[in-house]
Design a binder for this molecule. Structure first.
Ligand code: UD1
Length: 361
């Protein structure tokens, strides 16, 4: 069996790691195509080296642009690659512009498409990720769902026959790396200057277009972080830095300490070292849950609704509207109730490879 994985953005590289490991040593040929959507070393290279992913076989180098430009460039660059490779499956990941472009290029060439992390929904049609995941699910031939909730969404859209529950590959990689971090196999993470890793701190990220691209909204979110009584380690995505600079908004002040994005093991260690997480990232909400840290999510909704159980994760779209309750929310302790296992048993990637083999045309 020949499978082409199409990846391009940081969270896709994390999901690729357990998939590449599950293919390694087997008799399948696994071809990795990197679109180049993310090109900074902090967002791309460190994931290949840190997670032991083989180098991409093909690098399209498309870079940034408007949604149309970026998606179109990936689509045009992929056509000849897939025409040459003609794999048994094209495997696309998550909900980025790379996911949608990979799907379109493949279906137009009558190549079977499998969508990893199918069935997630925010029901917020203003999010670029929501368009990408809905369109991908409806075009793909095989929908690899991470949760029972995702399976329900797919069934509600008439896609049950193409769907199968495999679990979440993020659990595979998160728990493996957690064990290595706890065993002392990784150096301490490079936290922002001013953060003492031995004192309580909150870990924060902010990168979604709906939070960064509206100047009033970004300013309000930054003010809320600046005012917290606990130091906040903000690992800044380049998009956040670019928007803050454009808007003349100073980030590093008050409680807020700004640093670079971390490699995956550093991120896991930083979550474990923190007293809680404040974020708008889907992956980090789940990592906080898996690693047992309370999470405050700066959004109106989450695709990972399971994390909301027992207050492990709390949605706060507008911290300013909470008044003094914002501080007690962001600094609340971890709940007593143990987390469930809605994301599976950490063996999802092996199940993905088996399913691809079984369902091969
Ligand atoms: C993309 C995904 C988002 C995912 C996120 C993870 C889409 C629509 N969005 O958002 O779902 O959660 O990746 O990080 O696909 N930039 C750099 N260096 C890079 C990459 C980006 O400086 O290596 C800057 C550029 O200014 C660029 C901006 O970040 O314009 C946004 O990058 P883009 O790839 O469009 O989307 P993300 O915000 O990273």
């Amino acid at each position: 069996m020949k499978v082409v994985s199409i990846v391009g953005a940081r969270p896709q590289l994390v999901k690729l790691a357990p998939i590449a490991a599950a293919f390694a040593g087997g008799d399948s040929r696994h071809v990795i195509v990197h679109t180049g959507q993310h090109y900074d070393a902090d967002l791309s290279d460190v994931f290949f080296t840190g997670l032991g992913i083989p180098d991409p076989d093909v690098h399209l180098g498309v870079g940034s642009g408007s949604h149309g430009e970026q998606t179109g460039r990936i689509l045009a660059a992929l056509d000849p690659v897939l025409a040459t490779e003609r794999p048994d499956w094209v495997l696309v990941y998550g909900d980025t512009n790379s996911t949608l472009a990979g799907t379109l290029s493949a279906v137009k060439q009558h190549l079977p498409v499998a969508h990893l992390e199918a069935g997630l929904r925010s029901f917020n049609r203003r999010m670029p990720e929501e368009h990408n995941r809905v369109l991908t699910d409806h075009a793909a031939d095989l929908l690899l769902a991470p949760t029972a909730e995702a399976m329900r969404h797919l069934a509600a859209e008439g896609l049950a026959a193409r769907s199968t529950l495999v679990g979440d590959v993020m659990v595979d990689v998160c728990l493996r790396v957690r064990d290595a971090v706890l065993a002392g196999e990784h150096a301490r993470p490079a936290l922002p200057e001013g953060i003492d890793p031995d004192q309580p701190y909150l870990l924060a990220t902010l990168h979604r277009a709906e939070n960064t691209d509206d100047p009033a909204r970004l300013a309000a979110l930054v003010e809320a972080l600046v005012d917290l009584p606990v130091p906040v380690a903000l690992l800044a995505h380049p998009r956040l830095l670019a928007r803050a600079e454009e808007q003349g908004l100073k980030l590093a002040r008050g409680a807020l300490h700004v640093g670079r994005p971390l490699p995956y093991a550093g991120m896991v260690a930083a979550v474990l070292g923190s007293v809680g997480v404040v974020t708008d990232s889907g992956g980090l909400q789940k990592e906080a849950y898996l690693l047992g840290r309370p999470c405050t999510t700066l959004r109106t909704e989450t695709e990972w609704v399971e994390t909301l159980a027992d207050d492990w994760n709390r949605l706060v779209p507008d911290p300013g509207s909470l008044g003094a309750d914002w501080v007690t929310t962001a600094t609340r302790p971890a709940p007593d109730a143990p987390q469930g296992t809605p994301y599976g048993d950490g063996k999802a990637a092996v199940r993905v490879v088996e399913t691809l083999r079984e369902r091969r045309a």
